[in-house]
Design a protein around this ligand. Structure first.
Ligand SMILES: Cc1cc2nc3c(=O)[nH]c(=O)nc-3n(C[C@H](O)[C@H](O)[C@H](O)COP(=O)(O)OP(=O)(O)OC[C@H]3O[C@@H](n4cnc5c(N)ncnc54)[C@H](O)[C@@H]3O)c2cc1C
Length: 438
């Protein structure tokens, strides 16, 4: 194959994709706006910059992101191979020296004669008929973001408000009760944790006093009213939460018949009910403070967090609506999207998404249908998130890390509790990935 593909954005997704395409013998133009222009979070001149933490999170395959590491290594991923090479000690996490990491990615890309590095900001979506991949990340340049917004019918999210997700088995079901507000809907889709007045008051105090992550200068004033951080709502008045996300109306406790002073609601994150989202708990509290404050709530003393809350500026499309299953834009099939722009969250997930988009491009150019990874693998689970298959109807597309809740449920009963279930996921994924690769 000697076709030429344009990639915009030399971040985690763009670099991974460029390398994969080059290895398949394709010519690549890789556009990057740094160093002539940079987002408010990027500081290095080189590609594949880790803008915040230097950690690619857990390397343990019993953690979904660790399984994703393992799968990407098996697929000869550029990002994983350079991360292994530039690793620094960090327990079971895969952390790297970020400057060496970026430098080594640059060297590995420069060593591929198929890749031509192009400098400058791209301000318009690449036209066809040649295939193009846009991977400009959560802080996409304004002009290109405006073009994407037009393409998505005005619906391009600019904010990322993430609430924590909790494993089902870590919620105390002697405290929680299942009920939808006014018993509406097809069944009890929510779990509810009742709070009396004293418990509610203590929770509000803890939110106000808890340590927060300092926002970046470019993020500060732009909260959407629909997704205010929980501590910002608490600052507006002691009872504001009890009239907002913790409203008890229609949620009388069936065991007492009484309405609690306030109710913390948990919404189903996956069809199987293995993971639950703390409704309205998007927050800037630091991660240790979230664990401390949320575990003090009734029923959550043993809470295992699959994801913690965050708020930062983001740019992502409503992927289930806008993208086809091969990550091409339904309205512009020559154009593919990858990385955080699609609504995956995190360095590794973005690299994985770049890898998948490159495979889809290779399949398209080879004239065969896209061969997606098996749904039961971590790569497949990410794709399920982007097509919407991993979520109940009406869930709404929000950025997500890779978590076991995105995987198809395990068939039948699994022994060994939580660890047994994780192991069953891992074994099933390993088996299927091997046959897919072969
Ligand atoms: C403030 C902040 C903190 C974060 N912290 C973490 C963290 O701790 N851990 C984590 O896993 N994830 C974190 N993320 C998410 C992180 O950004 C993604 O995980 C990852 O970097 C996304 O990869 P990507 O390839 O999609 O985008 P990026 O890695 O951002 O790459 C996009 C590239 O495109 C370039 N670009 C943008 N617009 C244009 C244009 N118009 N023309 C040419 N080039 C362009 C950019 O300069 C950049 O190099 C954070 C994000 C933000 C905004």
């Amino acid at each position: 194959m000697t076709q030429r593909v344009t990639i915009v954005g030399a971040g985690l997704a763009g670099c991974e994709a460029a390398y994969r395409l080059a290895r398949a013998g394709l010519e690549v133009d890789l556009w990057e706006m740094k160093p002539s222009r940079r987002s408010p979070a990027h500081v290095l001149d080189g590609p594949c910059e880790l803008v915040c933490s230097n950690s690619l999170r857990s390397d343990n395959p019993l953690n979904a992101v660790g399984l994703l590491h393992e799968e990407l290594r098996k697929l000869d991923s550029l990002v994983l191979s350079v991360a292994d090479e530039t690793r620094v000690p960090a327990g079971d996490a895969l952390a790297v020296d970020r400057e060496r990491f970026s430098r080594r990615v640059a060297e590995r890309l420069a060593a591929r004669p198929e890749i031509r590095r192009r400098d400058g900001e791209v301000t318009a979506l690449p036209g066809g008929p040649g295939l193009a991949l846009v991977a400009t990340g959560p802080l996409t340049g304004d002009a290109l973001a405006a073009e994407l917004q037009a393409l998505c019918g005005g619906r391009l999210a600019f904010y990322d408000a993430i609430a924590p997700i909790i494993s089902a088995e870590s919620i105390d079901m002697k405290v929680a009760y299942a009920k939808s507000r006014y018993d509406k809907g097809s069944g009890p889709d929510y779990l509810n944790l009742p709070l009396d007045e004293a418990q509610y008051g203590a929770f509000v105090e803890a939110l106000l006093a808890g340590e927060k992550v300092a926002p970046h200068a470019f993020e500060e004033p732009r909260y959407f009213d629909g997704c205010l951080p929980i501590e910002v709502m608490a600052e507006r008045g002691r009872e504001v939460l009890a009239h907002g996300p913790l409203k008890p109306v229609g949620l009388e406790d069936p065991r007492t018949g009484r309405r609690p002073h306030a109710v913390v609601q948990l919404r189903r994150e996956d069809l199987a009910g293995t993971a639950w989202n703390l409704v309205g708990f998007q927050t800037r509290l630091t991660w240790p403070e979230q664990r401390r404050i949320f575990r003090a709530l009734p029923g959550l003393a043993g809470a295992e967090f699959q994801r913690l809350g965050q708020v930062h500026r983001n740019t992502f499309v409503d992927a289930p609506r806008v993208l086809a299953a091969d990550l091409s834009v339904k309205a512009l099939p020559h154009l593919f999207l990858a990385g955080q722009l699609t609504g995956v969250e995190g360095y590794v997930e973005s690299a994985a998404c770049g890898h998948l988009a490159a495979r889809a491009i290779i399949d398209r150019l080879a004239g065969r249908p896209f061969q997606p990874p098996p749904a039961v693998t971590a790569l497949g689970a990410l794709l399920r998130h982007l097509t919407g298959e991993a979520h109940p109807p009406g869930h709404g597309h929000q950025p997500s890390n890779v978590i076991f809740a995105l995987f198809p449920p395990l068939p039948g009963r699994v022994h060994g509790g939580k660890e047994g279930r994780k192991l069953a996921h891992v074994e099933r994924a390993r088996k299927e990935l091997v046959s897919w690769i072969s």
